[in-house]
Design a protein around this ligand. Structure first.
Ligand SMILES: [Zn+2]
Length: 279
């Protein structure tokens, strides 16, 4: 950039020409001055060409940033639909609207889930524990609640993971170097998402109702996930009682899963999937 030197005898308060840009004039020590930029008359408007260029530059930068932010938001939104691990695809239809409420317990539990959703949207952090009989609709409610959060327009990511299916995928990856479903893949993904559902905890041991203890491998994965999610909300569904869970898993792991909990317990609700069978 060319500079001109102002002779000392000139007064300090100089108004050069009204057609010079007020922004692109720079006085240093009262002596040096960056050559002022003359305004130009373009389409009947008096503008500084440098200012115009900077404005265009800024607009372009902002447009790129907006596009990037939108892309990130889109990627977060798609996490739920692209990366969830389901035990069967029927759950894809699960919505809050189609959760059948026939008895008082189901009504109350659905209400608790709706209230919890309002608290999550309000930014509150806690774990939602859905416990009770097999087939009571816990997974349905958990998936529907996550879907509701995902569709809320908030800049968040949600993920639903059937624990047994995930553990099977990780186990398979041990002998398959090509598999992307590695232990570290899942731990990283499940640590990152804002809302995670761990579906059917306990079923992955394949021994519900017995005293079988979860393997070191399962405990290690669950422990890693819960360690990184201490400031995030996690949904848990399980058929198991706290007593059985404590027998199967490390105490510290169970207490992490149940940290800051909101319990939704099904005691009365029968297996919805068996209701239509007449014997
Ligand atoms: Zn200017």
């Amino acid at each position: 950039m060319k500079k001109i030197t102002i002779p000392e005898k000139l007064p300090k308060n100089i108004t050069y020409h009204s057609e010079n840009c007020e922004r692109h004039i720079f006085v240093k020590n009262g002596l040096e001055i960056v050559k002022p930029i003359q305004k130009m008359m373009i389409d009947g408007e008096l503008i500084c060409p440098r200012c115009e260029l900077e404005k265009k530059d800024l607009e372009l930068q902002e447009a790129i940033q907006r596009e990037y932010d939108e892309l990130l938001k889109r990627k977060k939104y798609n996490t739920f639909y692209n990366w969830s691990i389901l035990s069967d695809n029927t759950i894809l239809a699960a919505k809050l609207e189609n959760y059948q409420v026939e008895h008082q317990e189901e009504r109350e539990n659905k209400q608790t889930v709706l209230e919890s959703l309002a608290r999550f949207k309000d930014g509150q952090v806690f774990n939602l524990i859905l416990q009770g009989n097999q087939g009571a609709g816990k997974s349905h409610l958990a998936y529907a609640a996550l879907r509701e959060l995902n569709e809320s327009g908030l800049d968040i990511s949600c993920l639903f993971v059937n624990v047994e299916s995930m553990m099977r995928l990780i186990r398979d990856s041990f002998g398959d170097k090509e598999s992307e479903y590695t232990e570290s893949y899942f731990v990283e993904l499940m640590s990152e998402v804002d809302y995670l559902a761990l579906d059917d905890i306990g079923a992955e041991t394949g021994a519900i109702g017995t005293d079988k203890i979860a393997t070191d491998f399962v405990q290690r994965v669950l422990y890693a996930i819960t360690t990184t999610r201490q400031d995030k909300s996690t949904f848990i569904t399980t058929n198991l009682s706290s007593e059985t869970l404590l027998r199967m898993y490390d105490k510290k792991l169970v207490s992490r899963l149940f940290r800051n909990p909101k319990f939704v317990v099904f005691k009365e609700t029968k297996d919805k999937r068996m209701e239509n069978i007449p014997f």
